[in-house]
Every structure is written in C-alpha cells, then in structure tokens.
Design a protein around this ligand. Structure first.
Ligand code: R5P
Length: 296
C-alpha cells in the first residue's frame, strides 16, 4: 500500500513538487482553530496499518508544533503503523548547550518531544554545531539531506568568479563542500555573538580576491545580522556587492530588506521555507531520500 502524506502548514511548491515526483497525493486534514485558540484535527483517509508522512517545515515552531503532534497522535490513534516527519527546516537546533547557568537546553527537549511522537525524521542540513549527529539528541532514526550539491550547481550557473565566504567556524561544513562542488576558493571568518541581533564578524583577508564576486554562505539567515556585519566589511574593502546564500531563509522581522539595504546584490535561499528568495530547488534530493526511506 502506498504511504499517505499530510501537512498542516507547508502545502507550498516544495511539497507539491515532491508529491508529484513520488506520485503520492497530499491527503487532506481538517484543522480548525476554535475561538479559544484550541486546535481541532480531523483526518479524512483510512490510515489503518498505513505508513504516514507528515511534511512540515518547522520555522515558527511554537505556533506549529502542538497541531503537528496532535496530527501525529491522531494518525497513531486511528491505526497508522509508521509515522515519519519530513521537516525541511528543523527548529531548535541552536540552544544546544547551557551557555549560562540556569538556561534550558531546548535542542534536547525539542528532540525528546519529536522522538516521542514520530518513528523517524528526515531533515535538510540541520544546525549541527556542538552536536555532531542528530542521534545525540534524537532517539528515533534520522536522516540528513544535504543542500550542498544543489547550491554548488546554482553558483556555477549564476555567479562569475565566485569567492565563497563562511561567516563563522561551523559554516566550514557547508562552505567547504559547496566550494569544492563549484570549483571556487573559500574563506572562513570568526564570529562572536553578543546577543540576538548583536554580532561581530572578523574582517576577511581578501586583497588577492579583489576581482571575485563574494558569495556569503550560511545555513540559516535569521536576523541577518551575521551577513550584514560581513557585508559591511566587504563594503569597506571595496569588494563587489555580494551574493548571500542561506540554506534556510528564516528571515526574522525585516531581515530580508535590511540585507538588501546593506548592499547584498542578491539574496538566494533553498526552498525549505517558502520565501521570495527561493531559487534553489531541493525537491529532487528530498523526494529521492523519501523514496529510499520508504523502500528500506
Ligand atoms: C549560527 O551560528 C548559524 O549558523 C547562523 O550563522 C545564524 O543562525 C545566523 O543568524 P542571524 O541571521 O540571526 O545572524
């Protein structure tokens, strides 16, 4: 029997393309918010003994997570035999340690909760920094899908003489692979974060790359302060206006406009979170991974 695929918040072009590639129709869920803001869920298909996939990008996680776990629990209650979560963007990956006494390690608590409701998880390039593998916090099988090859291809097709710049040490895991794939040089900077929107980035040593087009690459663009501080250095060094690439364009508040105003020539993201900057399509790589997951 074919698996069933459900979503509450993510029925955008990415899911449409994946459903077409896998030849699995998207099943409807009735989800209603009562006047008191509680959630009503109704599933219209027979899910008994079926494999069910829930496709949700988990940006704005606090708004989404309770309806999503209610959906998973409803499917289980109605007899689904296996429930997988495909989360192109996986939230709560950055508070992965207690930086100050008394803080909660929310990466770990979020992982514990999802591991309770799902049988397995697939996601695209989660923010693995101090945690090196999802299985350090998730107790269910998990697969990481990489956007690096698609990004390298986009750079090869769209940027003349690129120089890749990773704004902090952890970005080396993406930037190095993307640079190799694109046949480009790369630099990694040092970042110090003093607060949500207070970031310092080291000045790139870039003299010999004056003729290049800088391409800033990061896994997440949230407030965009990391990229904005880097662009300011590039402006001071009279470099060409950079291309800014984020795997996941979270874009808090006015982050996108602020990036353009600081001098980004172009802002480009993968389509893990629907946004006007989505230029790099991951439907093929995600559909292939789901296909092999379903055959395993
Ligand atoms: C964290 O280290 C990530 O890799 C990104 O650098 C960070 O999330 C970017 O955040 P923002 O856009 O708020 O500077």
């Amino acid at each position: 029997m074919k698996p069933l695929i459900f979503t509450l918040f993510s029925e955008g072009p990415l899911l449409q393309a994946i459903s077409k590639k896998l030849n699995i129709a998207i099943d409807t869920v009735q989800c209603h918010e009562f006047p008191d803001k509680e959630t009503y869920i109704k599933i219209n298909s027979d899910v008994k003994n079926r494999t069910c996939l829930i496709f949700e990008s988990l940006n704005h996680p606090n708004n989404k997570i309770l309806p999503v776990v209610f959906l998973a629990e409803t499917l289980r209650d109605l007899g689904a035999k296996n429930i997988g979560l495909i989360a192109p963007y996986l939230a709560y990956m950055r508070q992965d340690k207690r930086f100050q006494p008394g803080e909660g390690i929310t990466s770990s608590y979020f992982a514990k909760m999802l591991s309770h409701y799902f049988n397995w998880l697939s996601t695209v390039d989660p923010h693995l920094h101090r945690i090196h593998h999802l299985n350090q916090i998730y107790s269910i099988p998990s697969t990481v899908i990489h956007a690096t090859e698609a990004i390298s291809e986009w750079i090869k097709m769209n940027v003349v003489n690129p120089l890749l710049i990773g704004p902090d040490r952890e970005s080396v895991q993406w930037v190095e692979q993307i640079a190799i794939g694109a046949g480009a040089a790369y630099l990694i900077l040092e970042k110090t974060r003093h607060g949500d929107s207070a970031v310092e980035v080291s000045i790139p040593e870039i003299q010999q790359f004056q003729a290049c087009t800088p391409v800033l690459v990061d896994d997440i663009i949230s407030t965009a302060r990391t990229m904005i501080e880097t662009i300011k250095h590039l402006n001071d060094l009279n470099m060409k206006p950079p291309v800014c690439i984020g795997i996941h364009g979270v874009f808090a508040d006015n982050a996108y406009d602020a990036l353009l105003q600081t001098g980004a020539n172009q802002v480009v993201t993968c389509n893990t979170i629907t946004h006007v900057t989505n230029k790099i399509d991951l439907s093929e790589v995600i559909a292939n991974q789901i296909d092999s997951q379903l055959k395993s």
